[in-house]
Ligand binder design. Structure first.
Ligand code: SAM
Length: 278
């Protein structure tokens, strides 16, 4: 075996479908770790087989995390613990953040080995703005909770990235169209696998396309940011201006309302004078 790793926690990203995407560094860390914390040992056993190594595995998932975490943290004092999830980057819609938090609190080495992540891969396929994006993970599956979650993100000026399953895809797209407006979007599927695709269109056209049943496989949805708001017209500011004039002298009222509406101060001053005299 190669030289042992320094004790601590190694967060290792693994492929989201194509085993060729496992980085040489990830393979090296996995082959040298004293123990690999895994979501599902059958899934990770397949990955370890692919790189020709056998390592001890410790299941670590949402249902046993509380019980297992202290033992893993204690082991990090003298051993190297690699954390993987079934696919992609641990912690991204997957368990792990409490392990990182507690490892750091205990003063252990924490290292990340970056790699595939479906959210970022979906963004690269969608052809939508990438300068600001919000990762929303899975929306709630119940209708009301999902609509509430969508209302919460509707005003955010960023591209949205969501994970979804095939059977819920159409309902999710319909709810997104209702709550966000009919924005441009992309449904990306089976990224890095044989049937990788990205289907683009408006949210409602995509909902219609998948209405007869969602496609198979793993899906990430990308939704364009909201369009630019309509520029305010001078008439829109009348009410605010009249209210401001009850509290402030004309020039100050014009300045306050100009800032709030993004309008020209001089124009608003003239308007305020007209309002006052008429
Ligand atoms: N940690 C993973 C990552 O870094 O992307 C995500 C884990 S989350 C439990 C699994 C979800 O990610 C799937 O249900 C799907 O929405 C999305 N996903 C995973 N692999 C994908 C792929 N190859 N193509 C599209 N979406 C994928």
């Amino acid at each position: 075996m190669n030289a042992p790793l320094e004790p601590g926690l190694y967060i290792v990203a693994t492929p989201i479908g194509n085993l060729g995407d496992l980085s040489p560094r990830a393979a090296d860390i996995l082959s040298r770790a004293d123990v690999v914390a895994v979501e599902d040992s059958r899934v990770t056993a397949g990955l370890l087989r692919h790189i020709g190594v056998k390592r001890p595995m410790q299941p670590y998932h949402d249902h046993n995390g509380e019980g297992v975490r202290p033992g893993l943290i204690a082991r990090m004092a003298t051993e190297s613990v690699a954390l993987v999830s079934d696919a992609g980057t641990p912690l991204i819609s997957d368990p792990g953040y409490k392990l990182v938090r507690d490892a750091r609190a205990a003063g252990h080495l924490v290292v990340t080995i970056p790699g595939p992540c479906a959210a970022v891969a979906a963004l690269t396929l969608a052809g939508l703005p990438t300068d600001r994006f919000l990762f929303c993970g899975f929306l709630p599956s119940k209708e009301k909770a999902r609509a509430d979650a969508i209302t919460e993100i509707a005003g955010i000026r960023a591209t949205l990235v969501l994970y979804e399953s095939g059977p819920r895809l159409s309902a999710c797209l319909t709810a997104l169209a209702a709550g966000l407006g009919d924005r441009e979007a992309a449904v990306t599927r089976e990224i890095s696998k044989k049937f990788e695709e990205a289907v683009t269109g408006t949210l409602s056209s995509l909902a219609a396309r998948y209405a007869d049943g969602g496609p198979r496989g793993e899906i990430a949805i990308v939704v364009a940011p909201p369009g630019d708001p309509e520029p305010a017209r001078i008439e829109d500011a009348d009410e605010a201006l009249a209210e401001a004039l009850t509290r402030l002298p004309v020039s100050k009222a014009a300045g306050e309302v100009a800032r709030a509406f993004g309008l020209d101060r001089k124009t608003l001053y003239a308007r305020a004078m007209a309002l006052k005299s008429g």
